[in-house]
Design a protein around this ligand. Structure first.
Ligand code: ZN
Length: 270
């Protein structure tokens, strides 16, 4: 099997992969509470796992490799339930910036941020934009369950996609680290049926902590979680991300459709 983990490769092998224009995956997770039944590593473990699977699948078509998973995330909204470690946005940005800058300096020009935590989603998009404008590398950000949404829906019974410590996340953790899952009362670990609190808003956003929408830190019902379902979800996420890695359009230079006499400034900041 092709080695796709940056940390397992030697420097000369990484130089060769840069010459081959490999896509570098940068998985990002979190350490945060995941209800009464799951360990706090969930988002970190799953982001790392789907990234390794995606890089392996893609490497049959184009070179790809994955950095070690960044476990630091933006989880202020989970702090109230304990067990959570969070960064502020500026520090989070600087962690990803330092990693991306190192990768770009070694000659890699394509970076895929694979996010595994809802609280990082918008931040990763913003950071992808900043890193591209600053370093010139093509930086794409994808939250794995959004990327795999069409594949996930038919695999799940009680929900359409990942929620939190739910049927999906519990299934994937049962597939990977069953000894870390307390499955003695998964039905009793259900939470979040209190519903979303901005019920009048169609697109309204305000910061909230999780205690405003769940009594136990779970959003969803893990009762129907199984290891078999989890393995299918992990494979589906790997397939979806692999498709993205292998899609030429995703990594193509931006087109410039400006007609004569319509030019302003170059696409990148000078
Ligand atoms: Zn999670």
């Amino acid at each position: 099997m092709t080695e796709v983990e940056w940390a397992n490769l030697k420097a000369h092998e990484l130089r060769r992969l840069a010459d081959e224009d490999a896509v570098v995956l940068l998985p990002v997770g979190a350490i945060e509470q995941h209800g009464p039944h799951l360990p706090v590593q969930v988002d970190t473990r799953l982001a790392g796992e789907v990234s390794v699977r995606a890089a392996r699948k893609a490497s049959a078509t184009r070179p790809a490799l994955t950095l070690p998973v960044v476990w630091h995330g933006l989880s202020e909204h989970h702090m109230v339930f304990g067990g959570t470690v969070t960064l502020e946005f500026d520090a989070f940005h600087q962690v990803l910036r330092g990693i991306a800058r190192s990768v770009a300096r070694h000659g890699f020009s394509k970076i895929l941020i694979v996010n595994g935590h809802g609280g990082n989603h918008i931040a990763c998009q913003t950071i992808a934009q900043e890193l591209h404008l600053e370093f010139g590398a093509m930086v794409v950000a994808a939250t794995y369950w959004h990327e795999a949404a069409k594949r996930f829906a038919p695999l799940l019974e009680d929900q359409d996609n990942v929620q939190h410590a739910c049927e999906a996340e519990t299934s994937m953790m049962l597939a990977l680290v069953p000894h870390l899952v307390d499955d003695s009362d998964l039905a009793g670990a259900r939470g979040g049926e209190e519903g979303w609190f901005l019920s009048k808003g169609e697109s309204a956003f305000r910061w909230h902590n999780l205690a405003q929408i769940t009594h136990n830190g779970t959003i969803g019902d893990p009762a129907k979680a199984t290891a078999e379902k989890g393995e299918k979800l992990l494979e589906a996420a790997g397939d979806a991300l692999s498709d993205l890695i292998c899609d030429p359009e995703t990594w193509a230079e931006a087109r410039d459709l400006r007609g004569p006499a319509t030019g302003g400034v170059p696409f990148r900041r000078g």
